[in-house]
Design a protein around this ligand. Structure first.
Ligand SMILES: Cc1cc2nc3c(=O)[nH]c(=O)nc-3n(C[C@H](O)[C@H](O)[C@H](O)COP(=O)(O)O)c2cc1C
Length: 165
């Protein structure tokens, strides 16, 4: 089974989570590609059996051009455009849809802080992709770092996603 992991990250926290998910998922995958959304393919190959998508939560949802600009104004080094929102809006799914998992980073566990993963699920549905698994990882402040233990959780989540097939 081929695994593709696509992430957006402004300060690097979501990237770190994606890297740990990839480490966890590698053993259970025949092939694994980890890429920043700027480098993600515009169409899904039929060989991709598991697609994992991650993004930071901005204003309760997926980053937008203006929230990325705000992050940049607060010192974020990178502001991807397109991000996950734009990538999903035009993604071509040619063959049978893969299994899809979504994750986000955010500033708390309460539903009050919003969830980019939920927005990923809604955007994926518009491409006929069904998100069957999701996870959230918490940062201690807007710029990070991640809470203690989150990278270990990310590794375990990646391993479980590929072990359960
Ligand atoms: C413009 C902006 C809006 C944000 N809004 C939220 C929010 O609604 N809820 C939340 O939990 N975190 C919010 N955050 C914090 C981000 O979730 C946090 O910066 C992100 O998880 C860090 O990941 P990254 O390093 O990959 O960019 C916001 C951050 C920015 C820059």
């Amino acid at each position: 089974m081929e695994t593709l992991i696509v992430y957006e990250s402004l300060w690097g926290n979501t990237r770190q989570v994606a890297e740990e998910i990839a480490r966890g998922a590698r053993e259970g995958s025949d092939a694994l590609t980890l890429c920043a959304v700027a480098d993600a393919p515009s169409s899904l190959r039929a060989s991709v059996g598991l697609l994992i998508i991650g993004a930071p939560t901005h204003a309760f949802t997926l980053p937008t051009p203006s929230s990325r600009a705000e992050a940049r104004a607060h010192g974020a080094a990178v502001a991807h455009a397109p991000g996950v929102r734009e990538w999903l809006a035009t993604l071509e799914v040619e063959a049978a849809p893969p299994r899809v998992a979504a994750f986000d980073t955010r500033q708390g566990r309460s539903f009050m802080v919003g969830s980019a993963a939920k927005s990923i699920a809604r955007a994926a549905k518009r491409r006929s992709l069904v998100v069957s698994d999701s996870a959230d990882f918490v940062v201690t402040s807007r710029e990070g770092p991640l809470e203690q233990g989150e990278l270990e959780r990310a590794f375990a989540w990646g391993r479980a996603l590929t072990a359960s097939r």
